[in-house]
Design a protein around this ligand. Structure first.
Ligand code: URA
Length: 440
């Protein structure tokens, strides 16, 4: 079978065999199949979809395309978590130490920012000295001794995803359920944890814009996880509004610390308690309500913050900044954005908030761009809150006044103010497990 025939078969809506999927992946990784043929197949998959069996085959061949991490030498149940990507999503920085503080091991490989969405590795690297590229043995040792370690994805893990993702990014084929599911699950399977919690985001700041699409993605990923013997759960959560008030790397680390000190924004705290409880539940240490109580206690008694501090120290970072935030690089400018409207914040276009943060320097315009860790946005007002003409809507953090001016209009246009108080926004829509979909 030639690549031409595989493309034609999918273009005509037929089901690919495992051998055809393997032939495509192997040929693409070793350079025999050119980008233009791979791109044509991706577009055919985008329009014609894949069956569960095709998606599972694609996932397993992607996972097996590189190093498979073996975590069995670390005693205990290891739990991983993955978000499909959002704006202001700093949950990993909060829930990983919460979960580790009750004795569940977290060995996590995270990514960098992608498009308008932020990445945990960039956020962690805003902590002075923090290393995310540590050797495998050291990573295992930290998970064993501290209980939690978060590092970057190793260079030789899932090379198929690295190559395919870069191609999808430039061929408008990112937001396809089988392609997202195989991309995420192949990395999670290669990363070796026993259990996986997925946070599937939906709304204006997410790849999945509607709840039914997000539920479908969640179901697809749960099915793949369970199929390969990993306990897998997915929460479908709101990304129609940015999570918390901070967007940008060090601003988000500070907000995560505040949340671990019991002073975080309510939406962020509520979601983190729910996600932590589900990670603990997957590890088998209690019912969801028992786990939620444990998570609350870990914040109240300071043990979760202590765990984060231990992880930061173990990975070479200055844990002092978790108490004294002035140790982070500080932006030269704090540019206050005032509104000329009075009313309630009805909505915030979350993808545009992510783009504003990028313009300010918090994300990369190209793969080679460097990041300004201090850049970003603090939303002084969130959806549902009242605002008066002349009040500060948001504060922009940057070293460059031109960037602030460029960002100003985009952010003002991303926020809709109305005379009436908007409906309460739902934070969690559904929980998807092997047993089915539980709506919230
Ligand atoms: N995150 C991933 O890792 N892959 C995707 O395809 C989308 C989000």
């Amino acid at each position: 079978m030639r690549m031409y025939d595989i493309i034609k078969k999918k273009r005509d809506g037929n089901v690919l065999t495992e051998e055809e999927i393997e032939l495509f992946l192997k040929g693409y990784i070793n350079g025999e199949i050119p980008d233009y043929q791979a791109a044509a197949l991706l577009m055919a998959i985008y329009f014609k979809g894949m069956t569960s069996k095709e998606t599972a085959d694609l996932t397993m061949h992607m996972a097996n395309s590189g190093e498979m991490i073996d975590l069995t030498l670390i005693p205990g149940v290891k739990v991983d978590k993955h978000s499909t990507g959002g704006v202001g999503d700093k949950t990993t920085l909060i829930i990983s130490p919460i979960v580790a503080s009750v004795g569940v091991k977290v060995a996590k490989m995270s990514g960098r920012g992608l498009g308008h969405t932020g990445g945990t590795i960039d956020k962690l690297e805003s902590i002075p000295g923090f290393r995310t590229n540590i050797e495998r043995e050291k990573f295992f040792e930290i998970v064993k001794n501290v209980g939690v370690s978060v590092i970057g994805q190793s260079g030789n893990m899932d090379p198929a995803d690295k190559k395919l993702y870069a191609l999808r990014d430039v061929t408008a084929t990112v937001d396809s359920i089988p392609l997202i599911a195989s991309s995420i699950m192949s990395k999670k399977i290669a990363a070796g944890a026993d259990c996986i919690l997925l946070d599937v985001k939906t709304g204006s700041g997410a790849f999945m814009k509607t709840v039914p699409e997000a539920v479908n993605l969640a179901k697809t990923m749960v099915k793949i996880g369970e199929h390969v013997g990993k306990k897998t759960l997915a929460m479908v959560t709101n990304m129609d509004v940015p999570l918390g008030r901070a967007i940008g790397n060090s601003l988000e680390v500070v907000e995560a610390c505040e949340t671990l000190k019991g002073r975080g924004p309510k939406d962020l705290e509520t979601l983190c308690l729910e996600l932590s409880a589900n990670m603990m539940y997957l590890a088998g240490i209690g019912t969801i309500s028992e786990c939620k109580l444990m998570a609350k206690k870990a914040i109240e008694d300071g043990s979760a913050l202590e765990k984060l501090s231990d992880m930061v120290t173990a990975q070479g970072g200055d844990a002092g900044v978790l108490q004294d935030y002035s140790g982070f690089k500080q932006a030269k400018l704090k540019y206050e954005l005032k509104t000329d409207k009075t009313g309630y914040i009805e909505s915030i276009n979350t993808e545009n908030c992510g783009r504003v943060a990028m313009i300010l320097g918090a994300g990369r315009e190209t793969k080679e761009s460097s990041i300004d860790f201090s850049a970003g946005i603090l939303l002084n007002k969130k959806v549902g809150e009242r605002i008066k003409c002349g009040e500060v809507l948001a504060t922009l953090y940057s070293d460059d006044i031109e960037k602030c001016r460029l960002a100003e209009n985009l952010l003002l246009n991303a926020v809709k103010v109305s005379a009436n108080e908007p409906k309460h926004t739902q934070l969690i829509y559904a929980r998807v497990s092997a047993d089915g979909v539980e709506e919230y």
